[in-house]
Ligand binder design. Sequence first.
Ligand code: AN0
Ligand code: CP
Length: 318
Amino acid sequence: MKTYTNVKDLGSITEALKEAFEIKKNRFAHKYLGENKTLLMVFFNSSLRTRLSTQKAGMNLGMNTMVLDIQSGAWKLETERGVVMDGDKPEHILEAIPVMASYCDIIGVRAFAGLVDKAFDYQETIINQFIAYSGKPVFSMEAATGHPLQAFADLITIEEYKKTARPKVVLTWAPHPKALPQAVPNSFADFMNEADVEFVITHPEGYELAPQFVRNAGVEYDQIKAFEGADFIYAKNWSAYQDPHYGTILSTDRSWTVSDRQMAVTHEAHFMHCLPVRRNMIVSDSVIENAQSLVIQQAANREISAQVVIKRLLENTL
Ligand code: AN0
Ligand code: CP
């Protein structure tokens, strides 16, 4: 594997899951694979889980790890070519990338969607510049349109907790006070469309995701109908994708907050969310604290998904 930005980079998801469970059984089985190799993690946005789990995965493989927070301590980076740099950004990403690449062997990048320019976001302008100009294996730690380490960890978690061969998995929109990217729901949909599950997406009208991620998934605008008989409920807020409302909030309807009322019609479903989550906006205290909630297990599996990906990228550098 040379890059990791979406589900297709994994090849067979059956094989990827097998590798994940082997690593979970013995996470130090390849502790010399990354000896004398350096992992650089570049963050344009905040993180708790991605930062720690990815660093831990690198350390399990024997790598040295370095973290750069562009927001605090680094020079602010200009990302568009052709700009007269007379503003607040002293350095251009076109110099910064090869410089950063000269100090490491693998690069992880977190660069959220700006939610202003849909084409800039959906062309994955920032991570694609890392891929084009670093000369190193690059992986997404949440880019503009996807969060594939999260979705891979979510797939691992569903595989661990499913009670039927083909569970019903529902992705539901939930309200949030700030406009958020579509990256998490996009990648979750991408993975669920590859997995052997019955997959349904529910959201208020206007929140339709990009068709390349929705593919053939069922879209149900009635949240209660969607939840009926579900085995897994995956909640997430996202802002509008469709024009002319790209990146904006269309609804703050708190009747969409996942609570006992909706969970009652499910098949004793597990509740899932990538975290960080705003309680009593996205999900009630009672649902997230219920024994069926898997949010901590999902976060723990981030170490495993990251380790599969970094291991495969390392194998490609040998
Ligand atoms: C981010 C998002 O929605 O993409 C990161 C989630 C992993 N969430 C927030 O900014 C709250
Ligand atoms: N789920 C996730 O990616 O969390 P962080 O934003 O804290 O890394």
